[in-house]
Design a protein around this ligand. Structure first.
Ligand code: AMP
Length: 283
């Protein structure tokens, strides 16, 4: 297998595009795991060229220590991306994304004020801005994002629609460990004991879905049920657990099919998020 080619500038990247070929982009911060690879496989299957961007975006970290300890492994990422079908890995320098004098910020109203937006000030603006830049530099026909980061996906969809960005945003399902824990680069930070209790988040979401299927449609009661399950693991500090509208992420009083249960919790000093569609397949 020949490896994906690493490119560091948009001009070089587009030199590789052949006339009429379709391009799929998977934006990542590197440290690829099976979750990312599922997006890459899909991008490779649906496009002539699959581009994976690997860029640890400094502006989206609230804590400089968090940025410093974010894992970086370009060589390994190129190998993994290649094995999943990527043709090009776009790994720009910080100055290629934010040239000297950079002064623009993309802000999406409303969606960004809730949940993750409350606990991570400025984070979503940083994500909306870097995604806009990457979409403009790579110019993909389709860009692939994980449902794992559900609020982020809702924000990107809104930004994409509002700014009439060309191409399509494709949402991809969350890939999980066999015990249900959503895959995340942060999972590596969990101690053995923390890792053992982490699947309780997904367990709570599943219990909420089961209760909803059993006829309980009060979001409050579903959230209480889920919170009781999470609280069984004493190491976990629950931040929020809510049933929300999947487009606006605003709280819903009644769980309707397609509603999303979303959760954030801290185990030790690792913050995890997860979510699940409720009543999927029901009408
Ligand atoms: P990150 O490198 O963590 O910023 O993630 C890059 C992309 O991969 C985002 O669109 C994430 O939503 C997606 N992603 C991360 N973890 C998973 C997962 N477990 N399943 C599916 N997609 C994921």
């Amino acid at each position: 297998m020949t490896g994906a080619i690493v490119i560091t500038t948009p001009a070089e990247l587009r030199d590789r595009y052949q006339l009429g070929a379709s391009v799929g982009l998977v934006p990542t911060m590197g440290s690829l795991h099976e979750g990312h690879l599922s997006l890459i496989r899909r991008a490779a299957a649906e496009n002539d060229l699959a581009v994976v961007s690997a860029f640890v975006n400094p502006t989206q970290f609230n804590d400089p220590f968090d940025l410093a300890r974010y894992p970086r492994s370009l060589e390994r990422d190129v190998e993994l991306a290649t094995s999943a079908g990527a043709n090009l890995v776009y790994a720009p320098e910080v100055a290629t994304v934010y040239p000297a004098g950079f002064a623009t910020r993309v802000h999406v109203d409303r969606i960004t004020e809730l949940w993750e937006g409350e606990s991570r000030p400025g984070h979503f603006d940083a994500v909306a801005t870097v995604v806009s830049i990457l979409l403009n530099q790579v110019r993909p026909d389709r860009a692939y994002f994980g449902e794992k980061d559900f609020q982020q996906l809702a924000m990107i969809r809104q930004m994409h629609r509002d700014l009439a960005v060309p191409g399509e945003i494709v949402a991809c399902p969350t890939v999980r460990e066999p015990d249900g824990l959503a895959m995340s680069s942060r999972n590596a930070r969990l101690s053995e004991g923390e890792r053992a209790v982490a699947p309780v988040l997904y367990e709570a979401l599943r219990a909420m879905d089961e209760a909803a299927r059993g006829g309980e449609r009060s979001s409050l009661k579903l959230a209480i049920l889920g919170a009781l399950i999470v609280k069984r693991a004493l190491e976990i500090e629950l931040e929020y657990l809510q049933v929300v509208n999947p487009e606006t992420v605003e709280p819903l009083e009644v769980a309707i099919p397609g509603a999303r249960a979303i959760v954030a919790a801290t185990i030790g000093d690792t913050r995890l998020i997860d979510n699940l569609e409720l009543l999927s397949g029901e009408s």
